[in-house]
Design a protein around this ligand. Structure first.
Ligand SMILES: Nc1ncnc2c1ncn2[C@@H]1O[C@H](COP(=O)(O)OP(=O)(O)OP(=O)(O)O)[C@@H](O)[C@H]1O
Ligand SMILES: [Mg+2]
Length: 317
């Protein structure tokens, strides 16, 4: 059931276990084709939130809503448009991806006549088509996780919920999962993804929600969350489409008001230290693009997210 604007909404969502509050009064609305990173220390309440959205556990009070439907009251309809990867069981090693996905497709009620094409489509998304008939027991962890992602995508959901999808993978496995997340965004999906890896969040997420002790600390765009850092400077990485001479670049870029330091990482990448503030970032970006240097990316560095994260977690302790 595709809707034009995918949305996830929590309204005063609360989960307690006896006297312990795992999630406290979460109110949050996420809407549109984007990736939202869900950050917080161990035990913060991330998995609890994601399980409430997939009706794996039930709220003590409040509501989890998917595309306007209360998940607990309309589980089947709500979850039709939502794929969830939380606490995935191991794939039975003797099965091939095609066999494993066939079983899942059957359980999900995908009609037999459609199963093959749905499976091929999902394996194509995660770039595992060439491995459809090999035993998963031989696969790397990254490949197995891509098969798990394919399982989530079988019903072509417009919302995808992932709990630490890259944990336990090596750098290549992580990069592969990140590529899948980017592909999902390009196809108009809403991805809500918990993670402990801040560089991954800066890399693929448009927005960030931070949580600690079951309480939401902030939900905003990546840029605004990073700009909250108490650090008295902002580090931005700039990518160029054409190689440039570092010395002349430093001269030109260094003249822009708000740029304190220019460091040429190589002929295609610059690191800038800016005076703090989103408005400074906005102005520097405008001037950089106007300067005809072939700027193709402008990204506050992940250390800015780390600074904000550590500030926020410290304040909530
Ligand atoms: N069934 C349960 N009974 C009692 N307490 C629970 C239960 N499930 C979770 N908790 C507690 O709720 C808190 C939140 O757990 P949750 O799994 O949501 O954290 P998390 O943010 O996902 O952490 P991590 O980063 O370690 O995965 C933890 O303190 C956890 O011990
Ligand atoms: Mg967790």
């Amino acid at each position: 059931m595709a809707t034009s604007t995918p949305s996830l909404e929590a309204i005063h969502l609360t989960k307690t276990y006896g006297s312990f509050t795992a999630l406290s009064d979460l109110t949050l609305k996420i809407e549109g084709a984007k990736c939202v990173g869900f950050l917080g220390p161990n035990g913060a309440g991330k998995t609890t939130t994601l399980k409430l959205f997939s009706d794996m556990i039930y709220p003590t009070s409040g509501k989890a809503i998917i595309n306007g439907l209360n998940v607990h009251e309309h589980k089947r309809e709500a979850l039709q448009s939502c794929g969830v990867l939380v606490e995935t069981p191991e794939i039975y090693p003797a099965l091939t991806p095609h066999e494993a996905l066939s079983l899942i497709a059957e359980v999900r009620g995908i009609p037999a006549a459609q199963r093959d094409s749905v499976i091929q489509h999902a394996l194509g998304w995660v770039e595992m088509s060439g491995w459809a008939d090999k035993r998963t027991g031989e696969f790397s962890k990254g490949m197995k996780q891509r098969v798990n992602l394919a399982a989530v995508l079988l019903s072509d959901p417009d919302i995808v919920i992932l709990d630490e999808p890259t944990t336990g993978l090596d750098p290549r496995g992580m990069a592969e999962v990140r590529d899948v997340v980017r592909a999902l965004k390009r196809r108009g999906k809403l991805v809500f993804m918990s993670s402990h890896i801040l560089s991954e969040v800066t890399d693929v997420c448009d927005e960030v929600a931070m949580i600690d002790h079951g309480k939401l600390l902030v939900y905003d765009t990546l840029e605004k969350v990073m700009a909250r850092s108490n650090e008295s400077r902002t580090v931005v990485e700039v990518g160029l489409s054409r190689p440039a001479d570092p010395a002349s670049l430093s001269g030109r870029v260094g003249k822009i008001v708000g740029v304190e330091v220019v460091e040429a990482i190589d002929r295609f990448n610059l690191r800038l230290i800016l005076t703090p503030g989103v408005e400074v970032q906005e102005r520097v970006l405008t001037e950089l693009t106007g300067a005809g240097l072939g700027v193709i990316s402008f990204r506050p560095s992940s250390s800015a997210l780390e600074a904000t994260y550590l500030d926020m977690i410290k304040d909530s302790r």
